[in-house]
Design a protein around this ligand. Sequence first.
Ligand code: ZN
Ligand code: ZN
Length: 355
Amino acid sequence: MRYGALSDALEKRGLDAYWCTDPSNRRYLSGFTGSAGALLIHPSLRKLFTDSRYTAQAKNEAQGFEIVECEGGETASKVAVACRDLGVRRLGFEEDRVPVSGHRRMQELLGPDVELVWAGDILSSMRSVKTPDEIERLREASAAADEAFYQICGVVEPGMREQDVALEIDCLLRKKCGATAFDTIAASGPNSALPHAKPGGRRLQAGDALVLDFGAACGGYCSDFTRTIFIGAIDKALRSVYNVVRNAQEAALSGIRAGMACRDADALARNVVIEAGYGGCFGHGLGHGVGLDVHEAPRVSPAADGVLEEGMVITVEPGVYIEGTGGVRIEDLCVVREDRLEILTRATRDIIIID
Ligand code: ZN
Ligand code: ZN
């Protein structure tokens, strides 16, 4: 089915073949999980170019592909030779993934008669709509995050450093799924006002908000989860911020459905935040697609162009951040359905205060 959809897209754009270098696209199309290699997809053949570290693995994983072993630095020239043999004139490639130097080299190898054409959106749009099988893996990754959250709530205590909280979470996720989806965020006190804080040596103290943002990767598929908990006590101001964020998330969770413009989905939550007077404190988009990559299409933000489709998997993660004081973010992973959002995250959204 993937090749059918890809062939249709290539034909529609007048592309003779597709040169794939993005690791997640490579895995999506071929099943190959190695860290190096390129694919060439043409209506008459599928080739996977990789080096000797990976040829045995590639033969196992990439069913239906001819494996071409390349010495270091030889991949591009072998792809170019294959293109020449096939008479390729217009070659689609991933413009966000190929460095300027790689593009120049490939153009030199292909010669002036072959055009390199931007085609990165083909795979990102294919990947944005998940199959039932992919949704099952995302559900599994999400369940691992839920479980890690309940367990970490039993471990966190005043005096613990952020980096130790993050390490504990990573252990829980890796025991469950083998891998984390991204670098875990454990941001306490004033650091919780930084949406992408790096866990450091700060020790948890009474009155802190603690933003925990993490995910597992199950069979390559990521989860993305955030809860904000409180240490010892909750400040009055932070309690009201929490309620605003929770209400904003609730508005989005209950209102989003297939067919909705991504920016309208964002507005469902953002309007609640704005009406509560925190409009300037929600600097990021409401959410993003999640799959083999933790950030992928679609984007759900005020500037996004897309429309939500049945089977897309997105996060819903409003946040309010008050510099110097603290922040609150609540993030759930959801499947877009025709008439609603199916929420994969199960953890409670009630306020949790750790004594
Ligand atoms: Zn997250
Ligand atoms: Zn996220």
